[in-house]
Design a protein around this ligand. Structure first.
Ligand SMILES: Cc1cc2nc3c(=O)[nH]c(=O)nc-3n(C[C@H](O)[C@H](O)[C@H](O)COP(=O)(O)OP(=O)(O)OC[C@H]3O[C@@H](n4cnc5c(N)ncnc54)[C@H](O)[C@@H]3O)c2cc1C
Length: 415
């Protein structure tokens, strides 16, 4: 058995970012993943500005290298919303944006490429020991940390800090940390790759279709390089269960029958299969740490309940975990009480956002309200500008929960 200070289980965006942050803090770690990269991950492939910002904070050169590889990503400048009454509202991320000169606001990049690129970043660092193709099946609490091993014990490590980043189906989260799946705070989604979808926005806006047929879920179309698109459908799990809704047939039916979509997908070719996976949402507060361990990303149920965005939060929580790990070693304290500072910090940076997104998720489940807002937005530039600001400005998001805020906008007043 090998003894080490920190072992991270899972080298997706959360685990890889944690390892990179630790590396830049001069703290060596072991990073282990059951897959051999490049590996696929079922996802919408949208990488938010938040993810890019946090990676840049770890080291600006990381995003410089990503931006230099133009074959891997589509730059995204806004969102095209389609309401249940089929009204189209296009909202740029930034009012008056200029794709040639502005800092990029977001990307769509196939996870097989993005995650592999991030693992390549890990491989550039000489203080991260990366193990691929090893599935961690055993966790044993010891006096000084956790003993972690695979089935045949060829990997057998005792770590003072265990960072759990092994995604939505984390066995540790469920069986050791007690995070149960709660269908009201969980979503299911399917995605497929298509080629030759027509009618995409010239500046690569991502598309969210809140169609009445799938309310309260939504369908997405995200542009990828080379004429490809990531197309998917997601819905909260309690609604899926109640209706016994089949997301795969729901998606194909819509693409074949919905008047606008049918036209746009008439010559589109499905690449591979339609596949699905779960999204543990951050709309319910969970305990994310304990004696000698922290849960990050999907393993900590940290996906945004409105947008389904989890990559940025996985990266963000990983950076917070790395910083806390540094303090644990400084103070030589790995107790649950000390580790609780991780929960406090995650709540401070993501808590309000999750709360607001959850309230907005509930609002979006009312088709009449979405139709009403879409109708108003179609005639009111001020509303579109306000929604643009909601992406980047938390204060505007907070204000959006107050009905008076919307009243002022509808009357054309400044907010
Ligand atoms: C259909 C769908 C669409 C989505 N769309 C988006 C989107 O467009 N944008 C967005 O930001 N988020 C999206 N999400 C959410 C996003 O995919 C996740 O939030 C994100 O992948 C979380 O990163 P992570 O590092 O926590 O976990 P993961 O990316 O799941 O990585 C976990 C890693 O752990 C490894 N692992 C698992 N078990 C073990 C084990 N026993 N031993 C060792 N290693 C193990 C896996 O191989 C994997 O590499 C979507 C999710 C789904 C399902």
């Amino acid at each position: 058995m090998k003894k080490t200070d920190i072992c991270i289980v899972g080298a997706g965006p959360g685990g890889a970012a944690t390892a990179l942050k630790l590396s830049h803090l001069n703290i060596p770690c072991i990073l282990v993943d059951k897959a051999i990269f490049p590996r696929d991950k079922i996802c919408g492939d949208a990488i938010s500005g938040k993810a890019a910002t946090i990676l840049r904070r770890i080291d600006p050169a990381i995003m410089e290298r990503f931006n230099a590889d133009l074959s891997m990503q589509t730059d995204i400048w806004g969102i095209r919303f389609v309401s249940p009454n089929n009204r189209v509202v296009e909202v740029p991320y930034r009012v008056g944006y200029n794709p040639k000169t502005d800092e990029k606001q977001g990307y769509v990049s196939k996870r097989i490429d993005f995650d592999n690129w991030l693992v390549d970043e890990v491989k550039r660092r000489d203080n991260i020991e990366l193990h691929e193709g090893i599935s961690i099946d055993n966790y044993e609490k010891t006096e000084s940390g956790y003993r972690i091993s695979n089935k045949d014990q060829s990997f057998d490590v005792e770590a003072r800090i265990l960072i759990v980043a092994n995604g939505a189906n984390s066995n540790f989260s469920r069986h050791h940390a007690g995070l149960e799946k709660d269908e009201k705070h969980h979503a299911g989604a399917v995605r497929a790759y298509y080629r030759n979808v027509t009618g995409m926005h010239p500046d690569g806006f991502i598309e969210l279709h809140f169609l009445k047929e799938i309310n309260p879920g939504y369908l997405w179309i995200f542009p990828l390089p080379g004429g490809y698109a990531n197309v998917g459908l997601g819905m909260r799990t309690d609604y899926i269960s109640k209706r016994r809704y089949n997301l795969k047939t729901g998606l194909t039916d819509l693409l074949e029958r919905h008047p606008e979509l049918r036209e746009r997908f008439k010559n589109a070719e499905l690449q591979g299969k339609i596949t699905g996976y779960g999204l543990p949402l951050g709309s319910k507060k969970r305990q994310l740490s304990g004696d000698h361990f922290m849960l990050i990303g999907d393993a900590g149920h940290l996906i945004d309940p409105l947008s389904g965005e989890g990559i940025g939060n996985a990266i963000y929580s990983g950076v917070i975990a790395a910083e806390l790990a540094q303090q644990c070693f400084e103070k030589n304290d790995f107790s649950a009480k000390f580790m609780e500072a991780y929960d406090v910090r995650v709540a401070r940076v993501l808590g309000k956002e999750m709360e607001i997104s959850y309230r907005l998720q509930q609002m979006m489940a009312r088709p009449w309200l979405v139709n009403f807002l879409a109708n108003v937005a179609a005639r009111n530039r001020g509303l579109i500008d306000t929604i643009s600001k909601m992406y980047t400005d938390m204060d505007v998001r907070k204000k959006a929960l107050n009905p008076l805020f919307w009243g002022k906008i509808l009357m054309g007043k400044k907010v």
